[in-house]
Write a protein that binds this ligand. Structure first.
Ligand SMILES: [Zn+2]
Length: 247
């Protein structure tokens, strides 16, 4: 009988529909979970200054950055096997020159001291095991190609010409627009003392040659102390938006 058949179909639909709704809900939940959690960030308006990269952050001799990103670099260096090959690129107040000349694109964040180029610590050439930690760092900073997470403005790695595993990772911090060789009025950073930030990019195994620190409550990170220090040789300019990329 048609009526019976229809009735049975209706009953099946009544059973199936909630299951379908549940499946869709679970799918949405899974998609939301897979999406990268935002990194908590804050804007630093304190005066910047181009300073030598501290010894705790493995780097090429003479490399310098805006001091406002130093706490973030310390934090990264304590968790990922990084070796900084270039930071600020430009003239210094004493007439000397820091960083690599002619290595960076026009409007590069390297000209403001707010970018670093990174290779694998103890890498032996090519995209070898030593780069695993760098790839993990790149994925943390940019879970999806072309969509860096704040506070990173531009991440150059696999998929970006002249960057990638075995070559180098570029990290730029978001900042107020500033002409080259001048300090930005503000810089966006992640607060290294925040509990939330500590857990996110934690490597599954400590990178070789790097001792993981005690975490943000362990007191290993002195944190920035900007107040009262004089400004550096490059002047501060007013803010604004910023252009596309800054390798
Ligand atoms: Zn770069």
């Amino acid at each position: 009988m048609p009526g019976k058949i229809n009735g049975s179909r209706d009953a099946q639909l009544c059973l199936l529909l909630p299951l379908l709704v549940l499946a869709v809900m679970l799918g949405c939940w899974a998609a939301a979970s897979a999406k990268a959690t935002p990194i908590p960030t804050r804007i630093v308006h304190a005066a910047g200054r181009i300073v030598p990269i501290p010894a705790a952050i493995p780097h090429e001799e003479g490399d310098m950055v805006d001091r406002r990103i130093v706490p973030n670099l310390r934090w990264i260096a304590a968790r990922f096997p990084i070796y900084v090959t270039d930071g600020y690129s430009g003239p210094l107040p004493d007439g000397a020159h820091a960083g690599c000349r002619g290595c960076h694109v026009k409007h590069s964040d390297h000209y403001n001291g707010l970018a670093v180029d990174i290779v694998a610590l103890n890498g032996r050439g090519g995209c070898d095991r030593a780069w695993r930690g760098i790839t993990r760092l790149a994925r943390w900073a940019e879970p999806r190609q072309g969509q860096p997470r704040a506070p990173f403005r531009w991440v150059g790695y696999n998929g970006d010409a002249g960057h990638g595993c075995g070559d180098h990772l570029h990290l730029s911090w978001e900042h107020a627009r500033a002409p080259q060789f001048q300090l930005a009025e503000w810089v966006e950073v992640f607060p290294v003392r925040r509990q939330g930030i500590d857990t996110q990019p934690q490597p599954s195994t400590p990178p070789s040659g790097v001792t993981p620190p005690a975490g943000p409550q362990g007191g290993s990170e002195p944190g920035p102390s900007y107040e009262g220090e004089p400004r550096g040789g490059v002047s501060v300019v007013q803010s604004g938006g910023i252009s596309a990329r800054g390798d």
